[in-house]
Ligand binder design. Structure first.
Ligand code: GLN
Length: 488
């Protein structure tokens, strides 16, 4: 593996850059060398933008020399390939968009660029963010740096693998049903899915619009706080973006946890959770108790319905969102179509992979006349019940803690032919999306040599409190600083 980065975290790299210990160009070169060296093993990137990255790094160095540097100037990051970029293709992990170059940048791409970060390239992902293992990507699976025979989780598998292997200090990601938190857990890194509406979705290719949210995968909660501050905020171009001030997340990190009321959702511990993973979760909760938090059990009786509810709502929205990829306005077009119907059906048939087709068909079915009430409307009602369960829990606790994923990373190929088993991977994460709540996953140790993640779920707009709770845990432990030996 190429030489390691001078420091493991964004916070430390930002200090190193400010102190002049290295330039942004030197740091970007070091990252790019690691990106290239790891690519054959991990396949974390779909597109590497070395030249543009070096130009952005040179601009960052010039800004610093001119006294115009901000806290993130010159920090290298990478974007999930679901965020539109005007200088390089955005594939969304699909053959459908293999050559698509957007006419504009996603809001978070321009915000992070304006903050001075340097984009290393576009990260691999499940096709249209549908998956839990990064095996549905048209560009091939991503491998878990802790064991390259295993999946990194999904759909933000490239983001999680890149940060875990310390080839990009931080990465953007998206979470519709767990796609930030679950890969963060499986790769031993920190992931945050903010409150629905906290971060703009403009320029983020839509999967299920009422659930999709942009967030981050980082080494530490402190890094997530620094980057979220630059990413979050109202965007007039996204009608679901919320117009409320962005708190200073970094300033809130150190607050003491004494008196913090933590809830353990009983239903999360009832069945299906691997025993060794549960042991790590309980140990992490004990650390919180030592820090002065008070732990109590709460019940969210409708939460076990979150997977079936999600697999009605998400496919319904996806079937509508993905209608635009028709070979005319967007996307892959088949060779010599015979007529319009042939053009549509062959372009879509060739452009989409099996999982995306399964979702479109399910979604079309649940929205069709006669089935709408039985499935879609019913799912929306259950969604309300799940939200109400969370609201009730947050009357007596400040944060919910529990597992992120039922098991550690599984082997590549182990679940691809069994969609239901694959879907059950998100049993603990989907609830937060259905209710629009913020969630995080932080590394809390290992089971059988593979990372285990603790999930934190908070009330709407409680990111500052959640990051604070994650940071205090990370001051007590060093799980988040462990990196896989092969990539050290
Ligand atoms: N694994 C879930 C799915 O396949 C969630 C994906 C996501 O959050 N983007 O839909």
């Amino acid at each position: 593996m190429a030489q390691s980065l001078p420091e493991p975290t964004v916070a430390a790299l930002a200090r190193g850059l400010a102190a002049g210990r290295y330039s942004a160009v030197e740091l970007t070169r070091a990252c790019l060398a690691r990106v290239e060296a790891a690519q054959p093993q991990l396949n974390a990137f779909i597109t590497i933008t070395a030249e543009a990255a070096l130009a952005a790094a040179a601009a960052a160095d010039a800004a610093r020399a001119a006294g115009r540097a901000g806290p993130l100037t010159g920090v290298p990051i990478a974007h999930k390939d679901i965020f539109c970029t005007s200088d390089v293709r955005t594939t969304c992990g699909s053959k459908m968009l293999a050559n698509f170059v957007s006419p504009y940048d996603a809001t978070i791409v321009s915000k992070l660029a304006a903050a001075g970060t340097v984009n290393l390239g576009k990260l691999n992902m499940d096709e249209f963010a549908m998956g839990s293992s990064n095996e549905t990507s048209h560009f091939g699976p991503v491998r878990n740096p802790w064991d390259t025979a295993r999946v990194p989780g999904g759909s933000s598998g490239g983001s999680a693998a890149a940060v875990a292997a310390r080839i990009a200090p931080a990465a953007t990601a998206t979470d519709t049903g767990g796609s930030i938190r679950q890969p963060a857990a499986l790769c031993g890194v920190t992931g945050i899915k903010p409150t629905y509406g906290r971060v703009s979705r403009y320029g983020m290719i839509a999967f299920a619009s009422s659930l999709d949210q942009a967030g981050l995968i980082t080494v530490s909660a402190e890094d997530a706080a620094l980057l979220l501050g630059a990413m979050a905020g109202f965007d007039p171009r996204d009608s679901t973006s919320v117009d409320s001030p962005v708190p200073d997340y970094a300033a809130a990190l150190d607050a003491p946890l004494a008196g913090l009321r933590i809830g353990l959702v009983r239903e999360f511990f009832e069945k299906g959770l691997d025993a060794e993973c549960e042991a790590r979760i309980r140990e992490a909760i004990a650390v919180y108790e030592k820090l002065g938090a008070r732990v109590q059990e709460v019940s969210c009786p409708n939460l076990p319905l979150s997977v079936p509810t999600y697999y009605v709502v998400a496919p319904a929205e996806c079937s509508s969102n993905l209608a635009r990829f028709d070979g005319v306005r967007f996307g892959h077009r088949c060779e010599s179509p015979r007529n319009l119907t042939d053009l549509y059906s062959r372009s879509r048939g060739e452009g989409f992979g099996a999982e995306v087709k399964r979702r479109i068909m399910t979604g079309t079915y649940v929205l069709s006349a006669g089935y709408y009430d039985a499935y879609y409307l019913k799912a929306q009602r259950v969604r309300q019940l799940i939200s109400a369960d969370f609201a009730r829990a947050f009357e007596s606790v400040d944060l919910l803690l529990g597992p992120t994923s039922p098991t550690t990373a599984f082997e590549i190929g182990a679940k691809v032919d069994d969609p239901i088993t694959m879907y059950l991977n998100d049993i603990y994460t989907i609830g937060a999306n259905l209710a629009g709540l913020p969630g995080m996953s932080i590394p809390v140790g290992f089971a059988g040599g593979l990372p285990v993640g603790l999930q934190l779920i908070g009330p709407h707009f409680s990111e500052a409190r959640m990051l604070n709770a994650a940071h205090r845990y990370q001051l007590e432990t060093d799980w988040h600083l462990r990196a896989p030996a092969a990539f050290a």
